[in-house]
Design a protein around this ligand. Structure first.
Ligand SMILES: Cc1cc2nc3c(=O)[nH]c(=O)nc-3n(C[C@H](O)[C@H](O)[C@H](O)COP(=O)(O)OP(=O)(O)OC[C@H]3O[C@@H](n4cnc5c(N)ncnc54)[C@H](O)[C@@H]3O)c2cc1C
Length: 336
């Protein structure tokens, strides 16, 4: 019998971050979850989302059903900056997004049209790089004179993609200066609101999903209102350095995409090596350790008996990730 009064959690924004968090939190009977979404409807606007290995594992940890749905369907979404200035304050320079100096064309291509023109390339994710730009397939770029002019001289496949793209729009790429904290009291920001990044490492969504995993892991133990602030502080301590490093390294990555980086100097093989090396720390994160670190910080601040009384059972969300034993010590058992 559950002896806790439900703790209410309001999630502002039903993007991938908010939805993943909601899915994670819905597994706990001690929480009442509400999502508030400003948009009247969800629609694709032309961003191909590649989920890196870390993002796919984090999603599977939150929900194998959601991970399965991702594998079956392509998705597209928008970016937003909902709660940031409420957390860090309007006067803080990090409250406002900053222009990266780079713009992107965005648009959609109907799949039947793409398959007819591109064959099997239409069903996979590729990135055409070089010439100071890049053209991802899947959902992005193209279709008007200016667009064709900007990408003049590109090879056959990207040119076909550009020609087919319907109603392209031009978007400035912005990111955030590092926020000094992601939490204040019982409120915290996650996903793009916390660490909007340029898309050059394809890692923004992955960070939002990782945020959701860490928060959902911590909120398993937020059984009283006074546990919320320590849980959010633990989330901030673990997720802020990593997600801000993603924002910082993403800025540099455009130079690589555009083959304008001095270390690549137009050499495709060299590019491949550098790219694989630079993505390792993002893709190969030990998610169990990451959640374990957050939980360790939480147990310093809330009554350890809360966790001790759980005697051995899995922690985290939907995964046999690690277990907490009756001594109150978390023991890593390995992560899927
Ligand atoms: C061109 C482009 C390509 C990208 N490619 C990739 C990629 O390949 N891989 C990757 O991992 N990431 C990629 N990203 C980044 C990725 O799209 C974002 O990091 C991710 O969508 C962020 O999710 P989110 O839930 O934090 O925010 P969002 O998806 O922006 O969702 C926020 C939601 O909050 C709602 N909202 C805003 N304000 C309020 C309010 N006050 N009240 C209620 N609701 C509100 C909005 O309507 C929105 O639905 C790309 C981004 C761009 C622009």
């Amino acid at each position: 019998m559950d002896h806790y009064n439900p703790v209410s959690v309001a999630i502002a924004g039903g993007g991938i971050g908010g939805l993943c968090l909601a899915i994670g939190l819905l597994q706990y009977s001690h929480l009442n979850i509400s999502i508030y979404e400003a948009a009247r409807e969800f629609k694709g606007i032309g961003a191909g989302l590649a989920l890196g290995p870390n993002a796919q594992r984090a999603l599977a940890c939150i929900s194998s059903f959601a991970a399965g749905a991702f594998r079956r369907h392509a998705t597209a979404n928008t970016s937003a900056d909902a709660t940031r200035e409420h957390i860090v304050g309007k006067a803080q320079p990090a409250a406002t997004p900053v222009f990266s100096g780079i713009v992107a064309y965005r648009g959609l291509i109907p799949m039947n049209k793409a398959r007819a023109k591109l064959g099997e390339l239409a069903d996979d994710a590729y990135m055409w790089c070089g010439g100071g730009g890049m053209a991802p397939t899947g959902v992005v770029t193209s279709s008007n004179e200016k667009l064709m002019e900007d990408f003049e001289g590109w090879s056959e496949v990207p040119t076909k993609i550009l020609e087919m793209t319907e109603e392209p729009s031009l978007w400035a790429m912005l990111d955030h200066l590092p926020a000094p904290y992601y939490n204040t009291g019982k409120t915290a920001m996650m996903g793009d609101a916390a660490h909007a990044t340029t898309p050059f490492q394809g890692a923004g969504c992955g960070q939002a999903i990782e945020d959701a995993l860490v928060l959902a892991t911590l909120f398993r133990y937020a059984k009283y209102p006074e546990h919320i602030a320590p849980a959010l502080a633990a989330y901030d301590a673990v997720k802020r350095p990593r997600s801000q490093k993603v924002v910082e390294t993403s800025r540099e990555a455009m130079e690589l995409y555009g083959f304008t980086d001095a270390s690549v100097n137009g050499d495709a093989e060299r590019w491949k090596d550098i790219w694989t090396q630079r993505m390792k720390w993002i893709w190969e994160i030990d998610l169990a350790q990451h959640c374990y670190d957050a939980l360790g910080l939480l147990t310093k601040n809330i009554r350890v008996q809360e966790i001790e009384s759980e005697s051995p059972q899995s922690v985290g969300v939907g995964l046999d990730m690690f277990r907490v034993w009756s001594s109150g010590k978390a023991v890593l058992l390995g992560c899927k």
